[in-house]
Design a protein around this ligand. Structure first.
Ligand code: AHM
Ligand code: MG
Length: 345
C-alpha cells in the first residue's frame, strides 16, 4: 500500500522545474534554467553528502577561504559544482559565493540572455560537515541591473534583498529538500531518490502563528549587548499570555534552524556582539545567508530584521558584508527589535 501511494505521489506531484515554469517564467524568461542548474548541482552535492564517509570527501583541503576559515573538501566541491552549473545555464551574468573573494562571471562565447545574478552559500554549516549533522545550500536570485547580455558588474551584485525575485535553500537532512520562495509563496520539494527529482510535497508554506522555539548561540551571551541579553532572558521567562518560555533549539546550521522554525514557528537570531572586532556586524552574510532567508520568511508570513531595519532594505556595499539578523515569526521579530532598541516590551 505504501509503495502504491508513493507511485501515485510520483505520478502527480509537480516538479520544481514545472513549478517555476508555470509561475515565473512568463515574467522572468529562462528563470527555470537557473533553478534547473541549482537543482542539478544540489543533487550532485546531496549524493556526496550521503556517502561522504565512504568516498573520502570528509576533511579539510588545507586552504583558507575569503573569511579566513578552513575549507572542507565538501565545501570546495559544492562551490565548484554550483558555480559551474549556474554559469553554464546561460541565464546568469554573475555569481556571488561565500567561498570566493570576487564574484564569478560566465564566458560569453555561448549564446545566452544572462539576465540574472545569483548569490549562493554552496554548503552552509561547514562546522557540521564532519559530524553528520544536516547542512544546506542557500541561494538568492536577482534580476541583472546592467544592460546587455555580457558579464555582470559589481553593481549587479550589490542589490538589496528587496530586489530578489526568488530565493531558496536545500537541506541535506534525513531527506533532501528544496524550499523555494517567490512572489507566489513558499513551496517545498522533496528529492525522491527513485525518481531523481524534486517533487512538490509542501504547498504554500506559512510560519505557524505560534512561535515555539528560539534559536541562538547562547554560548555567546558573555559578549552580547544589553538588548540581546535582555531578549534572551525574556524569552525564557514564564508568561502564559505570550506562551513563554519558548523552547530552545540550536543546531548551528542556519538552514536546519531556519527550516525547523519555518515549520514549527520560531525566532532565530545571530546578533552582533562584542566578541570580535573583525566582525562587528555579527557572523552571517547578507547576500547569500541573511537576505535569502529573510525573503523566504517574508513570503511565508514572517520577517527578517537586523534589529534596526528590515534585512531586505539593506543595500550592500561589499559582496561579503555581514549583518545582525533576527528572523522568523513576524510579531516575535518585532519584539526582538524593541529589545535591540532598548524599549523593552
Ligand atoms: P558557515 O557559512 O561558515 O558555515 O557559517 C555559518 C553558520 C550558520 O549555518 C550558523 O547559523 C552559524 O554559522 C553558527 O555559528 P556559531 O557556531 O557561531 O553559532
Ligand atoms: Mg555559510
Amino acid at each position: 500500500q505504501m509503495a502504491g501511494r508513493s507511485i501515485e505521489a510520483a505520478a502527480d506531484a509537480l516538479t520544481l522545474h514545472q513549478h517555476v515554469l508555470y509561475h515565473q517564467s512568463k515574467l522572468y524568461p529562462g528563470l527555470e534554467k537557473v533553478l534547473d542548474a541549482i537543482s542539478l548541482a544540489s543533487k550532485i552535492i546531496s549524493g556526496k553528502v550521503r556517502t561522504m564517509g565512504l568516498s573520502g570527501v570528509v576533511g579539510k583541503t588545507g586552504e583558507k577561504n575569503v573569511q579566513g576559515e578552513e575549507v572542507n573538501i565538501l565545501d570546495e566541491l559544492s562551490n565548484t559544482v554550483m558555480i559551474k552549473r549556474i554559469l553554464d545555464s546561460g541565464e546568469v551574468c554573475a555569481v556571488v559565493t561565500e567561498e570566493e573573494e570576487e564574484f564569478a562571471t560566465p564566458s560569453t562565447d555561448l549564446p545566452g540572455r544572462r539576465g540574472y545574478v545569483v548569490s549562493i552559500d554552496p554548503l552552509d554549516g561547514s562546522s557540521n560537515i564532519d559530524c553528520n549533522v544536516p547542512i544546506g545550500t542557500i541561494f538568492g536570485i536577482f534580476p541583472r541591473t546592467s544592460a546587455g547580455d555580457g558579464k555582470g558588474t559589481l553593481a549587479d551584485c550589490l542589490q538589496p534583498g528587496r530586489n530578489l525575485i526568488g530565493a531558496g535553500y536545500v537541506i541535506y537532512g534525513p531527506s533532501t529538500m528544496m524550499v523555494y520562495a517567490s512572489a507566489e509563496g513558499t513551496f517545498g520539494f522533496t528529492l525522491d531518490p527513485s525518481v531523481g527529482d524534486y517533487l512538490l510535497t509542501h504547498r504554500n508554506m506559512m510560519i505557524p502563528n505560534v512561535c515555539k522555539n528560539f534559536s541562538v548561540n547562547e554560548g555567546n551571551t558573555a559578549y552580547f549587548y544589553p538588548g540581546d541579553l535582555a531578549l534572551v532572558a525574556w524569552l525564557k521567562e514564564e508568561d502564559k499570555e505570550t506562551s513563554r518560555p519558548l523552547g530552545a533549539r540550536y543546531v548551528g546550521s542556519l538552514i536546519s534552524d531556519f527550516h525547523r522554525n519555518l515549520l514549527y514557528g520560531g525566532l532565530f537570531f545571530y546578533p552582533h556582539d562584542k566578541k570580535s572586532k573583525k566582525t562587528p556586524n555579527g557572523k552571517l552574510r547578507l547576500l547569500y545567508e541573511c537576505a535569502p532567508v529573510s525573503y523566504i520568511a517574508k513570503m511565508s508570513g514572517g520577517k527578517g530584521s537586523t534589529g534596526a531595519m528590515d534585512v531586505l532594505d539593506v543595500v550592500p556595499t561589499d559582496i561579503h558584508q555581514r549583518v545582525p539578523i533576527y528572523v522568523g515569526n513576524k510579531d516575535w521579530v518585532e519584539r526582538a527589535e524593541s529589545f535591540v532598541r532598548g524599549d523593552y516590551v
